[in-house]
Ligand binder design. Structure first.
Ligand SMILES: [Zn+2]
Length: 275
């Protein structure tokens, strides 16, 4: 016990100690920052801590350490669950990439979605995409609102299918990678009511004549759903049940374009087929 206390005192001194150096003085004066945030991912770090990746409304994507977060009794509770909407306080350090998380308070719980295997798979796909797509320290209000809306809708409707379609579509749109939905990228022929085709190797939509082997169809219903997604908020849309096929096609196309842009497969994508 005495040893622990001594070690703590020493650690404290090392961190906050001598004011003689300018660097120490700066570190001491470094104010805590605060932002509304969405937790993207957490990893165990050592025996007691967690490495946390969060997307802050006013900070962009940031990685930090939550000390003691793996202890049974810890002050973070369920705030560090995937896609939790929180208020977070942290301190930046000049010499390290990781910030030190001081405190997190839950603003909004997505407990139902987080604790259900099927629903949490949907959240995991949203989290993986955000983690890979969002540049570090870059603020994006549209992406913040999109993430929050998608998580809320998974929780509210207890279904990830439509929220994930909407999220994938808007991620592609906000990224500027959305192809033309009305005509073939190669020959320019209008699709009209005919199916268009796509895969993860190209960014465009192709007509029946220009399609390549292995491409999947994006039918007219899916393309008109995309138009509705572009103009309406997901939580205000009333959709007929028959929209499911179109929503599924649009989701698959969106995920493929995201993979094309990232030049890698999404690890969580195949889990969707098992839920
Ligand atoms: Zn064509």
């Amino acid at each position: 016990m005495v040893i622990t206390v001594l070690l703590r005192v020493r650690a404290f001194r090392t961190e906050y100690g001598s004011l003689s150096g300018a660097a120490s003085a700066r570190r001491l004066l470094m104010p805590a920052r605060e932002t509304e945030a969405i937790i993207l991912k957490t990893f165990p770090l050592g025996e007691a801590d967690r490495l946390v990746s969060f997307f802050g409304r006013s900070s962009g994507r940031v990685r930090g350490v939550a000390a003691g977060a793996r202890r049974l009794k810890n002050r973070y509770g369920s705030t560090l669950e995937i896609l939790s909407h929180v208020q977070i306080w942290y301190v930046e350090k000049e010499t390290r990439d990781l910030v030190r998380i001081q405190q997190a308070e839950l603003l909004e719980s997505f407990h139902k979605a987080q604790s259900d295997y099927g629903l949490s798979t949907g959240l995991a796909v949203i989290s993986e995409i955000s983690e890979l797509i969002l540049p570090e320290h870059e603020v994006s209000e549209p992406m913040f609102r999109l993430l929050l809306l998608a998580a809320r809708e998974v929780e509210r409707t207890a279904d990830w299918h439509l929220p994930l379609s909407y999220f994938a579509f808007w991620t592609v749109r906000l990224g500027g990678w959305l192809p033309r939905f009305d005509r073939c990228v190669t020959c320019g022929a209008p699709f009209d009511s005919k199916p268009a085709f796509y895969d993860a190797h190209q960014s465009g939509l192709f007509c029946e004549n220009c399609r390549r082997a292995g491409m999947k169809p994006l039918h007219a219903e899916a393309r008109s759903l995309a138009e509705r997604f572009a103009g309406e908020r997901l939580d205000r849309m009333t959709l007929e049940r028959c929209i499911e096929t179109g929503a599924g096609e649009l989701r698959e196309a969106g995920l493929s374009w995201i993979e094309h842009h990232l030049e890698r497969r999404l690890k969580t994508r195949e889990l969707l087929e098992t839920t």
